[in-house]
Design a binder for this molecule. Sequence first.
Ligand code: SAM
Length: 393
Amino acid sequence: MEESSKLALPDAFLDFLQVNGLDPSIYTASDSTPRYIRLKPGCEAYLEEVEAEMKCKIEKVDWLPGFYSLPPDIQIASSKAYQEGKIYGIDAASGAAVLALDISAGDHVLDLCAAPGAKLCMISDLLGGSGSVTGVDVASHRLAACRTMLQKYALGDRCRLFVGDGTTFSLLPVGFHSESKSCESALEGKGDAFREWTSRRPYKERKKATKARKTVASQLVLGSQHPELIFYGRHSGVVGLTRSELYQSGCDSEVSSQGYDKVLVDAECTHDGSIKHIQKFEHWGWTTLQHRVLDAERTDSLTTLQLKLLSNGFRLLKVGGSLVYSTCSLTVAQNEDVVQKFLKENASAELQEINGAKNWPCKSGQIPNTLRFDPLTSQTSGLFVAKFLKLAI
Ligand SMILES: C[S@@+](CC[C@H](N)C(=O)[O-])C[C@H]1O[C@@H](n2cnc3c(N)ncnc32)[C@H](O)[C@@H]1O
C-alpha cells in the first residue's frame, strides 16, 4: 500500500477533482483505510481460524452487523475461508447502503445495477430463506461473475439474474401473476416451463440460448425486448413458469400493489470515490482513466443514465416500498443533483431518514437525509446514499 501514497494523479483527473470541488488528498491519505469482509451468517465460529490463517487481528465493525475489518494490505483471496465461501469482501460503506434498504423476511428485492454482485450477495444473505432478489445488469460478463459469486457462497437460491438495460427493465417480482394474463400464456402448455437451472444444459438448449442471446444483444442495442435470464435459483420462483409468465410486466396500478418491496439502484458512475478503483489505473494506464472516467461526453450522459435508472427503479417499486440510490462518486452532479431532479419529477417520492445511520461514521450530504461516506472520515470507500419512500398519491 505504500505505493499508493506516492500515487501521482494525472492532470486530467486533478482537473476533474477541481471542477467537482473534491480534495485530491483522499487518494494519497487513504493508505490506512481497512479492508472489510462480511462473514456469512452461521460462520462466526470460524473467526479464530480465519485470524490464524491470515495472521492478523480481525476487528468486528460495531456499527455494521456481520462485518469485520482487516489491515489494508491483507489479501483475502488466497485464504481457505474465502475459497470455501465463508467470507466475502465488501466495503463497509456498501454494506451500509444495503442495510439502508431495511430488508425484512419475505421482501421481493430488485438490484438494478447488480454486477459484480457484492451487494446482491449481502441482500441474499439478509433475505435468508424467504422472498426473492432480482439482479439486473447491462454487462453480461460482469453479471456472469456475479452468478459465480452467488454459487460460490451458496447465496443464489432465491435469486434470478437478467442481462438487460436497467432503464427499461419492467419485470415484476416472481410470483406475480396478472389477472389479465396474456392469451399466449393461457394457451401455452406447461411443457415449456423452466426446469431447475443448470450450467450444463443439453446441446440443443445451449444452441437455443446462444441464438436467444444474439437476438437479445441486438434488441438491447435497439433498446427494446426481453432481458436475458442467465441464472435462477431453485427457490427463486422461476422453476415451473413459462416464458410468457416470467416476462409479464404489469400496468402501473398492478405495479403499485405488486411491485418490488425494496429496490437498490447502485448506479453506474465515475467511481472517483473508490480509491482502490482509481489506484488501479496506475497499472491500467492513466489514458484509460481519461477514456473510461473523464470523457466529458460520458460524464454528461452519465447523469442522464443515473436519473433514468433511478426513475425506472422507482417505477417498479410498490406503494409503501423503499428505494436506495447510491453511487461511489463523490461529485454533487452524480448525487445530490440527480436526487433533486428526480424529486422534482416524482411527486410520490419522499426522501427518508435512514434508520440507524446516526451511529454510522458518515457525513450528511448536501440535502438533508442523504449520506456521504468518504475515506478520510469514514475509513471506508467513498459512497453517496439516499433513500426514498414511495407514497400513494
Ligand atoms: C457501481 S457498479 C454496481 C456494483 C454492484 N452493485 C455491486 O455491489 O457489486 C454499476 C453497474 O451498473 C451497470 N450498468 C451500467 N449501465 C447500466 C444500465 N443501463 N442498466 C443496468 N446496469 C447498468 C454496470 O455494468 C455496472 O456493473
